[in-house]
Design a protein around this ligand. Structure first.
Ligand SMILES: NC(=O)C1=CN([C@@H]2O[C@H](COP(=O)(O)OP(=O)(O)OC[C@H]3O[C@@H](n4cnc5c(N)ncnc54)[C@H](OP(=O)(O)O)[C@@H]3O)[C@@H](O)[C@H]2O)C=CC1
Ligand SMILES: Nc1c(N[C@@H]2O[C@H](COP(=O)(O)O)[C@@H](O)[C@H]2O)[nH]c(=O)[nH]c1=O
Length: 363
């Protein structure tokens, strides 16, 4: 098992890694990292490319191996190139290191080591089984790909997606408090798809008192739907000190409701993590979204923008104490999961992530 520089790898392996990195971007961000895997034939041609589609679905290695098995590829003559060290644990799916050994793949190149305690050790397992293992190809790019996920792992907290539905002039509600609906049906259907993938949805007390939201996952037909094998609805979480009315719809009837009387996003995330929550969607309002942004606890930002102007009303973000342009919170386009800028009918969706290391992480 060795860690090598990019120059130690063949051109075919480098090309395969680039394809695997591009494939990884097709997945959804959340509890699991984005991962891509490519299978190279003896002649250096890329035969299969797989990727991970989100928590609970097959890992990238297994996706690629399944394609190879379907196509009748002789894997005993192939190299697997993967953006992350194959995992060595049984989570919602089996250990990938084992799948690679069972498939008879003799050589594996991965970009970076798995930083998580319970999933790491895959390279050692492969090595022990006689597989030739090399790491470090395109390591920097692979690290950047999942830098916010790795930070969440390191801080033992859930991954956080923050969502805002706003007008052109960055308002989330009109002066009289009305906000349903700013964005169109296509945007809302997309947002329900995001809800379907998370473990918990968080709003502030004012949003509950103003909107009486349900925070359920619904299809256009009104049904409950989950995007993965997890059949329970996301936990509905209210953040704030005031009481949540007994008749509030957010309470629901399934027991999947929590009221956390805190203003501290870090405290909220720690409590939710202890309950097994690994991906949180923060839906607002502005005060709560601002608290996550100010604490550098927004890993992924979704801004749905509708072609409306209000001129007055609730701004999307509160005063964050920023006095000069150089202090602005900065974001980069996130090209994963449909891209950084999408048309949703007449709306647009910005998909962003914080600039790496721009701010101080949670302690
Ligand atoms: N278009 C959109 O995407 C959305 C629009 N909205 C709209 O936004 C408006 C509500 O937004 P907003 O007024 O900002 O309210 P929030 O929904 O963000 O709730 C704010 C309240 O939550 C509590 N709270 C929780 N965390 C903190 C914190 N870190 N700092 C301070 N208070 C905290 C406080 O209440 P307490 O006193 O109980 O502690 C505070 O008053 C509504 O008009 C709603 O319709 C809401 C969500 C999404
Ligand atoms: N206004 C607004 C959104 N608002 C968010 O949706 C919540 C209502 O959820 P529910 O009761 O489950 O439909 C509301 O409280 C707020 O968090 N979302 C959007 O995609 N587009 C919109 O225009």
């Amino acid at each position: 098992m060795t860690t090598d520089s990019d120059t130690m790898f063949t051109a075919a392996e480098t090309e395969a890694m680039d394809l695997a990195l591009a494939a990884a971007l097709r997945g959804h961000r959340g509890a699991n990292p984005l991962v891509g895997a490519a299978i190279l034939g003896e002649d250096g041609r890329v035969l299969h490319v797989g990727h991970h589609r989100g928590a609970g679905t097959p890992h990238a290695e297994v996706d690629a191996i399944d394609q190879a098995l379907d196509a009748g590829t002789d894997l005993t003559r192939c190299t697997m190139v993967v953006t992350l060290e194959p995992c060595n644990h049984t989570g919602r799916t089996g250990p990938c290191a084992e799948a690679v050994v069972e498939a008879g793949i003799p050589r594996l190149v991965h970009a970076v080591a798995d930083p998580t305690e319970n999933a790491s050790g895959g390279a050692a397992r492969l090595h022990a089984a006689g597989v030739q293992v090399h790491s470090g190809l395109r390591g920097e790019r692979a690290e950047q790909l999942n830098h916010r996920w790795a930070r969440a792992q390191g801080e033992s907290r859930p991954y956080v997606t923050v969502k805002t539905a706003q007008t052109l002039d960055a308002r989330i509600a009109a002066a009289d408090g009305t906000s349903t609906w700013i964005t169109n049906e296509e945007s809302r259907a997309h947002a329900h798809g995001v809800r379907a993938r998370v473990d918990a949805i968080v709003v502030g007390t004012t949003t509950v008192l103003t909107d009486d939201p349900r925070l359920t996952v619904r299809t256009p037909a009104g049904d409950q739907a989950r995007g993965d094998q997890n059949t329970s609805s996301p936990l509905r979480v209210v953040m704030g000190h005031r009481d949540v009315p007994t008749a509030a719809r957010v309470r629901g009837a399934d027991g999947r409701f929590r009221h956390l009387r805190t203003h501290d996003p870090a405290v909220l995330l720690t409590e939710l993590y202890e309950e097994g929550v690994r991906h949180v969607l923060v839906e607002g309002g502005a005060t709560v979204v601002g608290a996550f942004l100010a604490a550098d606890l927004a890993d992924e930002v979704l801004v749905y923008q509708a072609p409306l102007i209000l001129g007055a009303g609730r701004p999307s973000y509160p005063d964050l104490g920023i006095q000069t342009l150089s202090e602005a919170l900065k974001f980069l386009p996130d090209e994963s999961d449909g891209g950084s800028l999408r048309r949703l009918g007449s709306d647009v969706l910005w998909h962003l992530q914080p600039v790496p290391e721009a701010r101080t992480p949670m302690t």
